[in-house]
Design a protein around this ligand. Structure first.
Ligand code: SF4
Ligand code: SF4
Length: 462
């Protein structure tokens, strides 16, 4: 016997007992109707998880074949079913967050990393992305959105990482380079709008489904891409460590970063949820940890807001404004308009109107594309409200997701409000990086080390 929930489509196999609730939407048994469903149809509902998928995995014994993952998968709104024999995964891990049984998980790499920490010939460095520090506390019954940066650093030190550095430094580098790139494109009447390139799921999506947009993608590497290169090339020298003995780990909210780092200077990605497991398995009492500071490579608060939708745009516009006017951009100069599926960020620079857009989730992006030429710059993030809703974050109760994401967002914005170092170009470590190594944004060295070339993947997938 099979029953379908009339509210959310969940399929229950077997008899329904009194007091049973739909595991997805909490509807009672009277909202279920009996149905005849072929086995193959049920199988087809699950997202396909290739054993070689670098980002996620399924624990078969836990899967109840409910299809929630397919409903979540953004590819269901695009081309996935045009070729069901070759399904496409953009590695975002959003399906993990809606799987009711915990069957879908990030591909676990944390044990490999912990083994390397015990290898005395290696120096293991971890760089931490901003969104992690407003989600990690959820795993230890702290308040949703609580900013736990200092406890997180202590936990990483207790796990044995030699250096704990902040990926907001890489975010600052990205904003410096991206703003200069946008300025050049506008000046030279080059390909516009420019799209951000920090989100590997979006970049993969564009490379598969919209390869005509590749010239529009910023050539900037992502913050972890830039920072891993910096650590390998320069930090290693400053610390007198052979670069072959350095292991670089990115701690991120993002499963897609596990795909992104193939062929990069970053060796491993572990997610927020993997760190929570490592903390528990090593009997670290997270709630009662003392506070610690990053060892080095701090970022500005512009780097912190990278973790939420609109943060990359705000940070890059701060740098562009400085380039064009020599002054600091204050938030009241940006006019933010809420549209039904995106936000406009507009400002005037030297009498020129700079019209930009901020969008998250690919179905919203698809709606924006027909009007893309109205804008000079578009920030695109795959996940709900940006990286705070990443597939590697601590899963949230489905009914509370919006509220929790709002609290995570607030947790990051509060750091930016009263920050002493609000602008990437005022960050002393960024000033030193340009003075010592790169000279200026878009210099020969910057282009060589901080930028990349995007390639179409259309023929590999479609
Ligand atoms: S959401 Fe989880 S339980 Fe449901 S079909 Fe997908 S993997 Fe299985
Ligand atoms: S929005 Fe952030 S967490 Fe989500 S796929 Fe993109 S980079 Fe990863």
């Amino acid at each position: 016997m099979k029953y379908k929930c009339k509210k959310c489509g969940f399929i229950h196999e077997g008899r329904l007992s009194d007091g049973y609730y739909c595991p997805l939407c909490k509807a009672g048994i009277f909202d279920f109707e009996e149905i005849e469903v072929q086995k193959e149809e049920i199988d087809y509902k699950r997202v396909f998880v290739d054993p070689d998928n670098p980002a996620l995995a399924r624990i078969e014994e836990k899967c109840i074949n409910c299809g929630a993952c397919s409903n979540t998968c953004i590819n269901t709104v695009n081309i996935r079913y045009k070729n069901p024999h070759k399904p496409i995964c953009i590695n975002c891990g959003q399906c993990i967050l809606t799987c009711p049984t915990g069957a879908l998980v990030p591909k676990y790499d944390y044990n490999k990393v912990l083994e390397l920490i015990n290898d005395k010939t290696k120096t293991v460095i971890v760089m931490t992305s901003p969104a992690v520090r407003v989600s990690l506390g959820d795993a230890f019954s702290l308040k949703p959105g609580e900013f736990v940066e200092e406890k997180m650093i202590t936990a990483l030190k207790k796990l044995g990482f030699k250096y704990v550095v902040d990926t907001t430094f890489g975010a600052d580098l990205t904003s410096m380079e991206e703003a200069a790139e946008l300025q050049e494109r506008i000046k030279n009447d080059d390909v516009l709008p420019m799209f951000t390139s920090c989100c590997p799921s979006w970049v993969k999506y564009a490379a598969i489904y919209h390869s005509d947009l590749i010239p529009n993608l910023s050539t900037c590497k992502t913050p972890i891409g830039m920072q891993a290169t910096y650590l390998k090339k320069f930090f290693s020298k400053e610390k007198r460590i052979k670069s072959k003995d350095i292991v670089i780990v990115a701690l991120t909210p993002c499963t897609a970063k596990k795909y992104e780092i193939e062929n990069s200077h970053c060796d491993y990605v572990i997610t927020t949820s993997e760190l929570a497991l490592a903390i528990r398995e090593n009997n670290i009492d997270f709630k009662n940890l003392s506070d610690s500071k990053f060892d080095s490579l701090n970022g500005s608060s512009s780097g912190i807001i990278y973790g939420k939708s609109g943060g990359v745009m705000a940070s890059a516009l701060r740098c562009l404004y400085k380039l064009e006017t020599g002054s600091d951009l204050t938030s009241e100069k940006i006019l933010i308009k809420n549209k039904s599926f995106y936000k406009e960020y507009n400002l005037k620079i030297n009498k020129k109107q700079i019209k930009t857009a901020v969008v998250y989730q690919m179905e919203n992006l698809e709606k924006l594309l027909p009007i893309k030429d109205e804008f000079l710059f578009i920030e695109v993030m795959n996940c709900n409200q940006g990286c705070i809703g990443g597939g590697g974050q601590i899963p949230m109760p489905i009914v509370d997701q919006k509220g929790i994401l709002n609290k995570r967002s607030k947790g990051l914005v509060n750091q930016d409000k009263d920050s002493l170092v609000k602008y990437p170009y005022k960050n002393p470590e960024i000033k030193k990086a340009y003075k010592t190594y790169f000279s200026k944004p878009l210099s020969k060295k910057s282009i060589e080390l901080l930028h990349t070339k995007h390639k179409s993947l259309a023929k590999d997938f479609i």
